[in-house]
Design a protein around this ligand. Structure first.
Ligand code: MGD
Ligand code: MGD
Ligand code: MO
Length: 897
């Protein structure tokens, strides 16, 4: 018989490691707590959770007393009620009079005051309020009201145990204690990342959302998926009178378990911006004329047909949006393939993780991640290569930090000292563009020390002998010299990997966006295979996909060489299925990739382009030439939320509903298809992307009868049954479905390649190093890396229209102190930056985050023109641009404020 205990007369089975509080909750007892919060470490400070144990009623704090066999526990009694009343009165009276009032609708503490009927009478001689200003509104999102702070330390625990940020401290003793924020006096100067975990944890409203000072109740709560990065956090959107009151993380969601980052939680103000597009706009001279939807759709259908008739179907092309839904992407590529007759469809996956997808596809059989975010908690070693998750995927970044704090070793491979490097057992600070020699050195060390999974290699892989022969010919000293990493560091990393075996490889654009992008990911995948990591829980390949729906956008077939579900255009069975379901043949040969479309526009062979939610005039490399190309088009249609840099160049602008306003699905970076649900109506006459495409299709003569996005999803399941056959909108409640999900009973797939690789055998690849054309360019001594910062998102159309603009008002050029001294550049000075492709200026931030010889610049503000400087170099295999390295020189442009 298993061990038991009794709580309030109920017999309960003992669970290992449980506290009395957990057991009491299981027994249905509502034990009050103040300093304790489920999911956070017990604090044991407030004593409110005291319960009576044993016949003599010995008092014990339930939150940290272990439940033991045979105990007899009482959670309510007259004496306990009296005790709790006294504790609550003391807590209340430690703060200025009137700070709290008993109320069943109030904050947690106020509800407890009401529940225990704590009398109002306050004792005389109340302690004085401590020194700091009672209300700190210096931070744009989170405010602090000292009057209401009871020093319970829940915020400390949430900050440390959820976000890993350590913003808070308690200073002073006795009545003089106060909550402090890191080194600064004011919130705005702290290290707060505005994740809001502390606000959720605070029992008194001392920490609160600044945009919710008046606590008007919401009239509706809508569960949906965050539309920023590829993590795909589940959100709950509270609205009232067609306004967003608050967004918070959906508790218990598989992806984020209630946690969000500052963008997901707070940066929603763009939705109600007066600059949102409200009606279709047609260019007339230098200005715009507003059109009705029927006019806009008829005009567009006519222009598409004219160009198609005059110049052939391949004179037209489309870029589908990675910010909009699967249904919108699917329909736009279908429109161009079935109604126009061209495969000229591509998306910004091209300028992002195209290299990752291609490399993984070639070596494993699918371009998607083999692992899931849940593997972060199971991993025994995490390698983070060319990714900066604490800024670009903060919810995942926080989980990696937590893993490191638990003692899981972390290897960081990045030319910059990114935040995770502070937590790393080993940081390999390589020269930009030298992943291949570094990974080859690691592979050689693993092979030569025998620290590989031989059985896995033999049973599941091919190409081992070739890799061994190739490795033998490499010199470790040469490889280390090329990547400018001390050989000892590489050996340390190899030893860590060798000792643990199956490893979780998290990767980012520092691998993909290089002329050796595909090669970099292949060389990393070799490590995943040699260690037997791929297909194992807690291990494998986890590239962090960029936008909310970049995975889905590619899945939908927005690629010139493959159709929905990565099916080959030249497979007769595929062609038959599409012809049957679409009622139109798939066009033949491959279409043009995104950079090829821009080249074709410049050459005059591409005449018309439909760009859905993408801003190449700011985000594509070699901006001057991109703008030239867009300027050559006789038809540029842009579907957008705002008049973006690209929309300004368009002939027709179609106003789109944003993620908070439309229905459909997004697919996150772990292949999870999740529901998007509208919480608000779009502004003006803006419409969801999918609906507009449907209507243009019909105007072109298609017999499309989709009444809702779920009808489109049913068709997606039918055209690509092996990946999506079992996906239906109704099945996506809760945590959605991870593809492959081939039939209606299938639960979805967390780990791919578990039994065998999708391509049969996994392939080890021989990867030769080739320096970048931007390496060693005479007269351009610095290597510029471009990338992102935490508070802005890509072209910034959304985050610039929120208080995030106060948090980060401009893009800064990061430069090492030694370089700054040599160039005469002071912190904050404006610096001229020039490459062989173009020039711009930016204000300097002098910081050792970059190593000497390397610079870093973000590209979020249009006036920065970061992409005037980046060039036309591309990975020849994936066509992905080399955003990560440009040879540049500096001009100290004098100091300004
Ligand atoms: N806050 C925020 N989050 C975002 C975005 C955003 O704009 N803002 N954008 C989203 C999108 S679209 C994407 S694709 C993801 C991107 O997410 P990440 O890939 O994490 O972002 P990046 O900052 O572009 O680059 C990652 C790192 O690569 C490093 N790196 C540069 N060159 C090399 C190299 O040769 N080798 C190695 N090993 N590393 C190198 C850089 O120093 C940088 O730290 O983020 C998504 N999330
Ligand atoms: N120098 C440099 N340049 C880079 C990079 C880099 O690292 N360095 N990274 C590259 C990468 S990885 C990427 S992915 C690209 C991203 O570049 P883009 O895709 O151009 O940028 P985003 O800001 O993600 O979004 C594009 C547009 O979508 C709109 N939008 C948002 N939601 C919707 C919607 O529901 N419907 C419609 N129709 N529109 C919507 C937004 O207003 C925005 O203008 O930038 C690339 N550019
Ligand atoms: Mo991206």
């Amino acid at each position: 018989m298993s061990a038991t205990l009794r709580i309030d007369g109920r017999t309960l089975e003992l669970r290992a490691g449980a506290t009395l509080l957990a057991a009491a909750r299981r027994a249905g007892a509502d034990v009050p707590t103040l300093c304790h919060r489920d999911g956070l470490a017990p604090e044991g400070g407030c004593r409110l959770c005291l319960v009576e144990v044993g016949a003599r009623g010995q008092l014990a704090a339930a939150c940290h007393t272990p439940a033991a066999a045979g105990l007899e526990v009482r959670t309510e009694s007259l004496a306990l009620g009296e005790l709790r009343r006294e504790i609550l009165a003391l807590v209340r009276d430690a703060r200025p009079a009137g700070a709290f009032r008993a109320s069943p609708e109030g904050d947690e503490l106020e509800r407890l005051l009401a529940r225990y009927a704590v009398p109002d009478a306050a004792p005389p001689g109340r302690p004085a309020t401590p020194a700091p200003a009672p209300l700190d509104t210096s931070h744009p999102y989170v405010r602090f009201q000292d009057d209401r702070c009871i020093r319970c330390r829940r915020c400390l625990h949430a900050c440390e145990e959820v976000q890993g940020q350590f913003v808070y401290g308690i200073e002073g003793r006795g009545a003089g204690t106060r909550l402090v924020f890191g080194p600064g006096e004011r919130f705005a100067e702290s290290d707060c990342t505005a994740c809001g975990a502390c606000v959720d944890a605070c029992p008194t409203g001392a920490l609160s959302d600044r945009d919710r000072i008046e606590t008007v109740p919401a009239t509706r709560t809508t569960r949906s998926t965050c539309a920023y990065c590829g993590v795909g956090c589940q959100i709950e959107i509270e609205t009232r009178d067609e306004r967003v009151l608050r967004i918070h993380g959906a508790a218990g969601a598989a992806v984020n378990r209630g946690h969000l980052c500052g963008k997901g939680r707070y940066a929603h103000g763009y939705q109600a911006s007066p600059e949102r597009l409200r009606e279709p706009l047609l260019r007339e001279g230098e200005g715009w004329r507003a059109l009705s939807w029927p006019e806009a759709i008829a005009w567009l259908a006519r222009r598409l047909r004219e160009i198609q008739r005059r110049h052939g179907p391949d004179a037209l092309g489309a870029m589908t949006s990675s910010r909009s839904t699967n249904e919108a992407a699917y329909l736009l590529q279908k429109l161009f393939r079935s109604q126009i007759g061209t495969n000229n469809v591509d998306c910004c996956a091209r300028v992002c993780h195209a290299s990752t997808a291609l490399a993984l596809q070639l070596l494993t059989g699918t371009g998607a991640a083999s692992a899931s975010y849940a593997d972060l908690e199971r991993a025994r070693l995490i390698v983070v290569a060319g990714a900066n998750p604490t800024e670009a995927h903060p919810v995942v970044g926080a989980r990696i930090k937590q893993a490191a704090l638990r003692g899981v070793p972390l290897v960081v491979i990045d030319p910059r000292h990114v935040e995770l490097a502070d937590y790393a057992a080993c940081h390999l600070q390589l020269r930009p563009g030298t992943n291949v020699p570094l990974f080859n050195a690691l592979a050689k060390l693993l092979v030569e020390s025998g620290a590989i999974d031989r059985a896995y290699v033999q049973e599941r892989l091919e190409g081992f002998e070739e890799l061994v022969t190739f490795s033998r010919g490499l010199s470790l000293e040469d490889l280390a010299r090329t990547c400018e990493v001390p050989l000892e560091g590489i050996r340390t990393a190899a030893r860590l990997i060798g000792e643990v075996g199956p490893t979780l490889f998290v990767s980012g654009l520092g691998l993909s966006e290089l002329t050796q992008g595909t090669a970099s990911v292949m060389a990393l995948t070799n490590l995943g295979m040699l260690t037997g990591s791929i297909g194992r829980p807690g291990a494998g390949m986890l590239p962090l996909r960029g936008q909310n729906n970049v995975q889905g956008n590619a899945d939908m077939g927005s690629m010139p060489t493959q159709v929905t579900g990565y099916q080959r255009l030249d497979d007769p069975a595929v062609r038959r299925r599409f012809a049957e379901i679409w009622g139109a043949p798939l066009p033949g040969g491959p279409g043009l990739t995104l950079p090829e479309m821009l080249e074709a526009a410049r050459a005059g062979s591409l005449r018309g382009l439909w760009i859905q939610g993408e801003d190449p005039a700011q985000s594509d490399p070699d901006e001057t030439r991109v703008r030239e190309a867009l300027g050559c088009l006789e038809l540029l249609v842009v579907q957008e939320l705002f008049l973006s840099e690209t929309a300004r160049l368009a002939h027709l602008v179609l106003p789109a509903a944003g993620a908070l306003e439309q229905e459909g699905t997004f697919t996150n970076g772990e292949r999870r298809i999740q529901a998007v649900r509208p919480a608000l109506p779009p502004p003006g006459s803006a419409r969801p992307d999918w609906e507009v495409i449907r209507d243009v299709g019909i105007a072109l003569g298609a017999t499309w009868s989709y009444a809702s996005p779920s009808n489109v999803l049913e068709e997606i399941a039918a055209v690509a049954p092996s990946l999506f056959g079992g996906v239906r909108f109704e099945r996506l409640a809760g945590d959605g479905l991870q593809w492959p999900c081939p039939d209606l009973d299938h639960p979805g797939t967390a780990t791919v390649h578990a039994e065998r690789f999708l391509r049969g055998r996994g392939r080890l690849a021989v990867v030769e190093y080739a320096p970048s054309p931007e390496h060693g360019v005479p007269g351009f001594p610095y290597l510029l890396v471009t990338g992102r910062i935490r508070d802005h998102y890509n072209v910034g159309t959304m985050t610039r229209r929120t208080p995030n603009q106060e948090l980060a008002p401009e893009d800064r050029l990061e430069i090492h102190p030694d370089d700054a001294a040599r160039e005469g550049v002071a912190d904050g000075a404006r610096v001229g930056l020039e490459s062989r492709w173009g020039a711009t200026r930016a204000r300097a931030r002098v910081t050792a985050r970059v190593s000497p010889g390397t610079l870093f610049l973000s590209f979020h503000q249009p006036e920065t023109h970061a992409n005037r400087v980046t060039g036309p170099q591309r990975d020849p295999q994936s066509n992905c641009p080399e955003y990560k390295i440009t040879a540049v020189r500096l001009h100290a442009a004098g100091r300004t404020s």
